[in-house]
Design a protein around this ligand. Sequence first.
Ligand code: C2E
Ligand code: CA
Ligand code: CA
Ligand code: CA
Length: 280
Amino acid sequence: AKRAGRARWVLFDDSMHERVVRALEVEGDLRRALKEDELFVVYQPVVDLADRCLVGVEALVRWRHPQRGLVPPGEFIAIAEESGLIDALGAFVLETACRQFVQWQQRLGAAGPKQLAVNMSRAQLQRNGLVEDVRAVLQANGMTPAHLQLEVTESLAAQDERVQTTLRELKALGVRLALDDFGTGYSSLACLHQMPVDTVKVDRSFVKHAETVEYHRVLIEATIRVARTMGMTTVAEGIETEGQAELMRTLTCDRGQGYLFARPLEAAELERWAAAQAQH
Ligand code: C2E
Ligand code: CA
Ligand code: CA
Ligand code: CA
């Protein structure tokens, strides 16, 4: 039925046809990319807003395509989800990032990141066996569960019963959970206390206009207050200016992440960045 639906669309909509063809191309390419080591992981620092010290990193996947160059995840995560490739992709990111994190603990010590955030997609959370896979990766690398933070989006954490169960199992394992892109989903502030999360990440779109749009600032303030009441840590995403960093700090947001502090960095760059930071 889905195929027939698609085919009908294609007859009427050229751009839809192009999109489907393009998605199939990307899917084939991505299959190869996983085999040929074209994917890699970059790490964006998360800092304490009070003293700008490194607290953690967020792992973000990248694809170095032989012809098309660097492809951003926005262009292939959704396709990976639809085609089932997200399992392999997710496992690659988790394994790579955990191994790297443990290396940093050994090499950088106190100057290194204290927490590693990894993004989880809907398909990963809905699959049986995710909890076992996470446990196995932690064990294989000798990584403390509390050092791993899995990030899920608001709409995902709120809706699905199955996902809720998985999240509770992950928590029982000792892994930390973060609510990503807060403010953009369907659920409201009133639901925040029901979420089994330790951290709330205020979406970049709110941070961006926090200085000029009062509603955004008020929403951020309320989010931080509720989160604090629940004992959750708050992170402001996409901080690009000193003004934004200062405002978020004034609003008592705990942590910040954004181009002002650092872009996502390759592992070697992150190491240099962390070492330089530690000198100050
Ligand atoms: P996200 O989880 O919200 O990640 C933050 C995104 O904001 C990253 O984009 C990061 O590069 C970008 N960013 C950070 N600071 C700034 C800033 O100051 N200004 C601006 N304009 N952007 C900033 P990226 O790496 O392109 O990733 C986009 C999305 O793709 C992520 O959003 C996440 O939802 C998804 N993604 C990335 N890596 C993975 C992964 O390994 N697995 C899964 N499932 N999803 C991933
Ligand atoms: Ca994230
Ligand atoms: Ca986010
Ligand atoms: Ca986002």
